[in-house]
Design a protein around this ligand. Structure first.
Ligand SMILES: *Cc1c(COP(=O)(O)O)cnc(C)c1O
Length: 407
């Protein structure tokens, strides 16, 4: 008799975005003709820039010619793309080799899959609030107990609150796998070098591994903030980094990302090279590589003109973030993030819960955002607004909040 993986039954989530959709359609049913404005989505909205479209077209054209046609490639990705990514890191002062880069079809899937090369008994620590996949993938793998009001049993939550500038202290006890996302989704906070150094030191001392999600690194404009964890001494020994073309190049629907497992990276029972070998084996066994068409597009992103054009698009979203941030501040709302990240993390006014504020914002202003409590217990009392949107839509939504929100 077949039995299911009953860890799936522990999942409390699947709850956030369906619940947002449910409340939004319920509102629209009783308020016919009202136009709802969305500042809730973590998805890009602007068209792919011309030079990257050319790259994608080149990828297609190659497939139509017997001389340039290619089928399966290396599951780690085409060499020229791995080289181009490594060069980007080295230009930013991070020591990364092409052979350490594993090109993939998404940082979400990689961040869900990476735990699979680690033992079931590892203790997992996550920032709270967090991008849900870090938690859910470990729940499914059986590294937690049941969900309670304060989170999953057995999972170590590292609160990110106003008091600590939305970056956690290192855990008191010994943990083994540590998820850090910077710039952070949902809080928009960016870890400084000093803050990251505390975790690198902790990880090296405990032979723990940091899983560092830098999907929003391209949104960092402050030159003092690290774009990669490998800008820190010692990080190559203890950190795996994940990044993606999704938010930088509008590839959320195109799909292209990468994970870096340094040759030097170790674990309690893994000497240098072992983790790299395990992820190689995992990818060779389970994955047949990212699309060759799309990898050609990725190469265009990293060309000199591609960096200029995608950089302008990132700046466009950051300008949206500024409009949101300053618009909210002008009516006395406390906000965080939104300067080196495409998310503004606002404190709900009047001590409302995240969901109470969701209903109020929808009812009074017709604006949909994302309740902070959906990202973890410490997100309660906060609310995420996303800078991904057309300019006019963002301006309309903020104007409506300024005019209609009853404070
Ligand atoms: C959007 C996002 C990603 C990117 O995921 P893809 O699967 O590459 O589209 C990764 N991490 C975080 C925190 C994100 O918000």
């Amino acid at each position: 008799m077949a039995k299911i993986n009953s860890n799936y039954d522990k999942l409390a989530a699947g709850y956030l975005f369906p619940e947002i959709a449910r409340r939004t359609s319920a509102f629209l049913e009783t308020n016919e003709g009202v136009q709802v404005m969305r500042l809730g989505i973590g998805d890009t909205t602007e068209p792919i820039v011309p030079v990257v479209l050319d790259g994608l077209r080149q990828g297609v054209d190659k497939l139509g010619n017997a001389e340039t046609y290619s089928g399966y490639g290396a599951s780690e990705g085409v060499e020229s793309l791995r080289e181009a990514i490594a060069t980007q890191y080295r230009n930013g002062g991070a020591d990364v080799q092409a052979s350490e880069i594993f090109v993939s079809d998404g940082a979400k899937s990689d961040s869900a899959n990476i735990q699979g090369i680690f033992a079931k008994g590892n203790v997992v620590a996550v920032q709270d609030p967090a991008y849900p996949v870090y938690v859910d993938s470990n729940v499914i793998a059986g590294r937690t107990g049941d969900a309670t009001d304060s989170g999953y049993e057995g999972l170590v939550y590292m609160p990110c609150r106003e008091e600590n500038g939305f970056f956690p202290e290192v855990p008191d006890g010994k943990v083994d796998l540590i998820y850090i996302c910077s710039p952070n989704n949902p809080t928009g906070a960016v870890a400084t070098k000093d803050q990251l150094a505390t975790f690198v030191e902790y990880a090296r001392k405990n032979r723990a591994v940091i899983l560092y999600d830098s999907a929003y690194a391209a949104f960092i404009t402050d030159p003092d903030l690290p774009r990669s964890i490998y800008e820190l001494d010692g990080a190559r020994e203890c950190a795996i980094e994940l990044n993606s073309f999704s938010k930088t190049a509008g590839f959320t629907g195109v799909r292209l990302a990468w994970t870096i497992v340094p040759h030097d990276c170790v674990a309690e029972d893994a000497e240098p090279g072992k983790l790299h070998a395990l992820w190689t084996r995992r990818q060779n066994t389970f994955f047949n590589g990212a699309s060759n068409v799309v990898q050609q597009g990725g190469l265009a992103v990293l060309g000199s003109e591609g960096l200029v054009q995608t950089g302008e698009q990132v700046a466009f979203y950051l300008e949206n973030a500024r409009i949101i941030r300053e618009g909210l501040q002008s009516i006395g709302i406390t906000t965080y993030g939104g300067d080196n990240a495409p998310y503004v993390w606002m404190k709900t006014p009047g001590g409302l819960s995240s969901w109470e504020f969701f209903d109020k914002l929808l009812g009074e202003c017709h604006v949909v955002g994302t309740p902070g409590s959906g990202f973890g217990p410490s997100g309660e009392g906060f609310f995420r607004l996303s800078a991904f949107g057309h300019r006019q839509d963002v301006e309309q939504a903020i104007a409506s909040i300024q005019t209609n929100l009853k404070l």
